[in-house]
Design a protein around this ligand. Structure first.
Ligand code: EPZ
Length: 428
């Protein structure tokens, strides 16, 4: 497996183009299952998770066509055209689903379009148990008959799905997306209450509307959907990645220097900006992005707690912890979305960070400097937190298992390297 070698102490200076959002692109790709006409998605990032989803969709008879091969600095991501004339299979096998939990998003659309689905249960993953009970309850309320057998969820809706009122007991991004897509082809009205308000949900809703769906209330906690007999062709541009934006917005405070995050949408990182400013980092919104610079000297400790959108995203918690590991003072970081999302702690500690974990809370006592080490992480955001820490550290850091980074950060070594970071991929 490839590794990333980072030599600390090289300040950043330049532009970083923000890619299309992985977590918007994945459900958008799945939306192809809802129509026999072509769905064209622009600004698709070049990531392993996207290829995995393409591979899964191909199994259902989806024809995929990709154009464009963006280089560092290019403005346009890839254009992906997906066409599902007929659904030729309704089974999502364990081998693919276990590698990427977002695969479970095919469940609702397959049921809605083909009247049946057999999808492997995703099982536990590195950041926690992550069950799919909310997805199943929503589809059951819409009339699906569901059986769990041999690690698979098998479901039938031979007469199609029917609109229903679904009140989620707590907020789930994936369950909201699954229910929203299914409801677009259900008979009658569906009301989804206590839904996730993440921007990726609104992006999906906008695309479904372009495909002919009738949806209101996305971006709020209640969504109304009037089901349609069929959806049609559409073109949609994937919104910029707010997690990539937030990650690179922390980079100058770690490595020194300044970066302009081109194409970043500042409205998507509303919870992060005040926290960065409180830490003493200079952030400036412009019409076409975000300018971030290190003010010199060490930044200050700030406390955060992860929350569903519009709160502080769990997907930026690891990166923020890396940032806080060199702050002046002690930062208290509470993770409430996932029960096991502190796997970066032992790795940051190997680099000299002073962190203690007590249940959902991590206490990060800022140290003067970090030191390079051999590190690895078992999830995507944890891995990138180590790259940030490595840029701040003295000496060399080797981040092992780059596979995780490739799942969610497009050409990270090119993007940071172009701004002066000393970062290279060691091919195995
Ligand atoms: C999405 O995961 C994202 N993935 C995650 O990003 C992100 O961390 C998460 O939302 C929270 O923002 C994609 O969009 C592809 P949830 P998802 O359902 O939909 C529990 C990354 O690094 N839950 O909102 O799986 C669950 O265990 C990834 O890009 C149930 O109990 O998250 C968790 O504790 C990691 N039952 C909480 O809810 C269910 O049926 C929130 O999960 C569903 C979820």
């Amino acid at each position: 497996m490839d590794r990333i070698l980072v030599r600390g102490g090289h300040p950043l200076n330049g532009d970083i183009h923000i890619s299309g959002a992985k977590n918007a692109a994945l459900p958008l790709m799945v939306a192809t299952l809802l129509t026999d006409e072509s769905l064209e998605l622009a600004n698709i990032p070049h990531l392993v998770d996207i290829s995995q989803m393409a591979k899964l969709l191909a199994q259902f008879g989806v024809e995929l066509n990709i154009n464009g091969n963006p280089k560092a600095g290019s403005e346009d991501g890839r254009l992906l055209t997906l066409t599902t004339r007929n659904v030729t299979s309704t089974e999502a096998p364990y081998d693919i689903v276990r590698k990427m939990r977002a695969s479970f998003l095919v469940f609702g659309p397959l049921l809605a379009r083909a009247g049946q689905a057999r999808v492997s249960l995703p099982g536990g993953c590195a950041i926690g148990a992550r069950p799919v009970d909310l997805h199943l309850k929503a589809l059951e309320a819409m009339g699906a008959e569901i059986v769990l057998e041999e690690g698979y969820v098998s479901a039938k809706a031979p007469y199609g799905l029917t609109g229903a009122r679904v009140a989620f007991p707590f907020v789930s991004v994936g369950a909201t997306e699954n229910a929203l897509m299914a409801a677009s082809l259900a008979r009658g009205e569906t009301v989804l209450e206590n839904v996730a308000r993440e921007p990726e949900i609104s992006d999906l809703a906008e695309c479904l509307i372009a495909m002919g769906a009738q949806i209101e209330g996305h971006g709020t906690s209640t969504i109304h959907v009037q089901g349609q007999d069929r959806l049609h062709a559409a073109h949609h541009r994937v919104l910029p990645d707010r997690i990539e934006t937030g990650t690179y917005a922390m980079a100058p405070a770690m490595a020194g220097g300044s970066v302009f995050l081109k194409g970043a949408r500042v409205d998507l990182i509303g919870a992060l900006l005040p926290v960065l400013r409180q830490a003493g980092i200079h952030v400036e919104e412009t019409e076409d992005g975000l300018f971030v610079s290190d003010k010199g000297g060490r930044h200050k400790a700030v406390d955060i707690e992860t929350e569903p959108y519009p709160g502080f995203p769990t997907d930026l918690q690891a990166q923020f912890m890396a940032l806080m590991s060199t702050a002046i003072g002690t930062s208290h970081i509470k993770e409430v979305i996932f029960e096991n999302r502190f796997m970066h702690v032992p790795e940051l500690t190997r680099m000299g960070a002073d962190i203690t974990v007590d249940g959902q809370m991590a206490h990060v006592k800022g140290v003067d400097h970090l030191k390079g080490a051999q590190v690895m992480a078992t999830d995507l955001r944890a891995s990138v937190s180590l790259v940030l820490a490595a840029m701040a550290a003295e000496g060399e850091t080797v981040v092992n298992r780059v596979y995780h980074l490739d799942r969610g950060f497009e050409r990270i070594e090119e993007k940071l390297g172009a701004c002066g970071a000393s970062i290279e991929r060691i091919k195995e």
